[in-house]
Design a binder for this molecule. Structure first.
Ligand code: ADP
Ligand code: MG
Length: 700
């Protein structure tokens, strides 16, 4: 990591992109923002679509509702004001026989200058009809400008279209990729052994990469893409295969005894009845904990399904066996919340609960001593729990809340604090069972698939931003009842680039114009954590009525009196994120509402996301749909969703390839666990280069 930047680079695909002809330092910085730092990253940056230069089909053959992508000529450009004072841009494009109108509202100012009558433009989108005239609202466009193209691209009938970033253009991507192939193509390494290439008839890697960018037959690319999906799955499955192999004799853990002391006391004083799902899951966890194998279990349950109480039973089982139990939360706000809830639930029970946070504060040294001397039974904390200076007396159980927020390394380091504490990972991301294997390897999974009975499903409404006044009227009724409201915006600060409502302006607008009588406060990710916590506390106590925020409120918060969630620019959020946001309300037994405010332009996929959310509250259905709608390589929202990020693979549609890759990987490891067979030499090199570090964490 702290290796010096070598001055001389070997010319291979790990060369930084800045050395590619036409790239340079400044553009390399822009590329880095989308994860492209090396030549290989650029090779693996596949086009999102392809332009066919020919004009086909003819416009007169098209009808409203068709999804089209055609190359046409720009005929005329017209900008005018609509009745409500908004600017509207109309561009007539033609195939020499018929015309089609492309229409934009809310477009960047410079868009209009880009349309030069006589030039060619590729337009894609869904056709509609207006006064008998074919129209596309907010189409995707690409200018097909022959003069700008290099000689190579001029001669091609298909042009790749890349997702852009910063001020980089299509022309830049096409030329940079072309130049990179000129110099580095011969250094592209094969990463799949011959017998696999042969078995599936895969193209060699170099050839496949070239085809992805320079194909003359884009219809062949679906097939070619499969090898990239396969390789991605294959190597990750090798890791799980080795994990399984080396864990054959199961790791010996603590054998707790179900004494029914503390657990029974808690059971009898609970203010509510456990759901059947909670009882089943507690039994699954207890079965693991009372066996002599180390528990490594994932507890999945939708937002609000009551994972905390289940975890508390497991912790008490450890405590009644004279062990300590730790619960780790991703933020201080959540650690506080757990501490307060758990202390309350355990009132009157002989259990000592401690809270450990980061930084230095009064009383921390005492807490550390208590943990070390066994004067704390249940320890709740943030990642401060894994610092070296924290020594446990006798740690027997560790629960990790919102587990995807922690890195593998952090998880492993807490687990190592004691020989083999039983481990419970909590996750609110409902991962379809079929996928759990890919995501978590051989972790056992428990699912709470039932919400407590006092919950009413959140009423979810999709509203256009034009009707926001009506939404505010509805929301006012809830405020009058004394309920609280969340308003979420996608950006923190005004950005001149995209006209999004930002949280700051929103908070100002709400507190001066809409609800001046209620206290409305802004919270966002860039605030100091002290400040954030203070605001959260005031919201929790009911002092603050309206919380305007970016997505910092997403995870785990439990504020039963909040009954309205308004998501501005809902079309910009991922499904899993929206589901999490909605899960913040409807926790108090009263009817709750989630308003998804849609601003123009929403793409078809965005519409489908919102419709899915409005039609169901079942996290599993939402997760499946999320994966399906999310194209491979789409990173937006993955951190929050807890899904692993694959560059090429789509976890839902590529399941058949996953099965093959898994089978192959397990077969290979069964026969040759150390990959010493000469046939596996390539495999071994590539595997260890990618996974040596990760393996250390998983196979400890
Ligand atoms: P999550 O699974 O999202 O972490 P929590 O554990 O925070 O959910 O529980 C959400 C709320 O539901 C808490 O206020 C908790 O007290 C309550 N709760 C949990 N189990 C039940 C139940 N069986 N009946 C009623 N309320 C419950
Ligand atoms: Mg929780």
């Amino acid at each position: 990591m702290d290796k010096k930047d070598p001055k001389v680079y070997i010319k291979d695909t790990s060369t930084p992109v800045k050395f590619i002809k036409g790239v340079g330092e400044a553009r390399a910085r822009q590329l880095a923002k989308i994860g492209i730092t090396t030549v290989m990253d650029l090779f693996e940056y596949f086009p999102r679509s392809y332009i066919h230069r020919k004009i086909e089909p003819a416009i007169f053959e098209l009808k409203p509702g068709d999804n089209i992508a055609i190359t046409t000529m720009i005929c005329w450009v017209n900008e005018k004001s609509t009745r409500n004072g908004k600017l509207m841009l109309n561009v007539g494009v033609s195939d020499k026989h018929s015309t089609l109108i492309c229409t934009w509202f809310n477009y960047p100012k410079n868009l209009i200058q880009m349309f030069k009558p006589g030039n060619m433009v590729w337009v894609a989108g869904t056709l509609s009809e207006y006064n008998g005239q074919l129209q596309i609202m907010h189409p995707e466009i690409e200018f097909v400008d022959d003069e700008e193209e290099s000689d190579f691209w001029k001669k091609r009938s298909y042009l790749p279209v890349y997702s852009l970033t910063g001020n980089l253009t299509q022309k830049f991507f096409r030329n940079a990729i072309y130049n990179a192939f000129e110099v580095y193509a011969n250094t592209i390494e094969e990463n799949l052994p011959e017998f696999i290439l042969h078995k599936y008839d895969f193209l060699p890697r170099k050839k496949a990469l070239q085809k992805m960018h320079f194909s003359l037959h884009p219809e062949e690319l679906d097939e070619i893409r499969k090898r990239f999906v396969y390789e991605e799955f294959f190597y990750s499955q090798l890791l799980w295969a080795r994990h399984k192999h080396f864990h054959k004799e199961e790791v010996k853990g603590i054998c707790f005894e179900n004494k029914r002391q503390l657990t029974a006391q808690l059971y009898h004083k609970l203010p509510f009845k456990l759901t059947n799902a909670q009882i089943r899951v507690i039994n699954e966890i207890f079965a693991d904990m009372t066996s002599d194998k180390q528990m490594s279990r994932l507890l999945q349950g939708d937002v609000g399904s009551g994972k905390t109480i289940v975890t508390l039973f497991a912790m008490l089982l450890a405590v009644e066996n004279d062990y300590q139990a730790a619960l780790m939360a991703p933020t201080e706000i959540l650690a506080d919340q757990h501490y307060n809830n758990i202390t309350k639930l355990l009132e009157g029970l002989p259990v000592k609960v401690a809270l450990l946070k980061g930084g230095t504060y009064k009383g921390k040294e005492q807490t550390k001593t208590d943990i070390q001397q066994g004067n704390a039974d249940i320890i709740i904390g943030t990642h401060a729990l894994f610092q070296k200076e924290i020594v446990f007396d006798k740690l027997g159980f560790v629960a990790i809340d919102e587990q995807h927020r922690f890195g593998v390394q952090q998880r492993a380091s807490l687990a190592k604090k004691h020989k083999h504490p039983d481990l419970l990972y909590l996750s609110a991301t409902p991962i379809p069972r079929s996928l759990a294997l890919t995501v978590y390897g051989d972790l056992e999974v428990s699912i709470i698939d039932e919400l407590p009975p006092n919950r009413k499903p959140v009423t979810t409404l999709i509203r256009s931003s034009k009707k926001i006044d009506l939404v505010y009227k509805e929301v006012a009724k809830e405020l009058e009842k004394g309920r609280q409201v969340y308003i979420v915006c996608p950006l923190i600060e005004e950005s001149d680039k995209i006209d999004l409502l930002d949280a700051q302006r929103m908070q100002h607008h709400i507190s001066t114009k809409i609800y001046p009588q209620y206290s409305c406060v802004l919270i966002h990710g860039k605030m100091a954590s002290k400040e954030k916590e203070d605001i959260m506390r005031r919201f929790k106590s009911g002092e603050i009525k309206i919380l305007v925020s970016t997505t910092v409120i997403e995870v785990g918060l439990d504020i039963p009196n909040a009954s309205v969630m308004v998501v501005e620019h809902a079309e910009r959020f991922g499904l899993a994120q929206l589901h999490q946001l909605r899960g913040r309300v409807g926790r108090g037994g009263q009817q709750a509402y989630c308003y998804l405010i849609e601003h123009m332009p929403a793409t078809n996929i965005a519409r489908e996301r919102l419709a899915t959310l409005a039609s169901t509250t079942d996290g599993f259905i939402i997760a499946e749909k999320d994966l399906e709608l999310r194209g491979p390589g789409e990173v937006f929202g993955t951190e929050q969703s807890g899904m692993p990020h694959f560059k090429f693979a789509n976890l839902v549609s590529d399941q058949p390839i996953l099965k093959l890759a898994r089978q192959d990987a397990f077969e290979i490891i069964t026969q040759d666990p150390e990959l010493t067979n000469p046939d596996h030499k390539l495999l071994k090199n590539i595997y260890f280069r990618q996974f040596a570090e990760k393996e250390k964490l998983i196979l400890y």
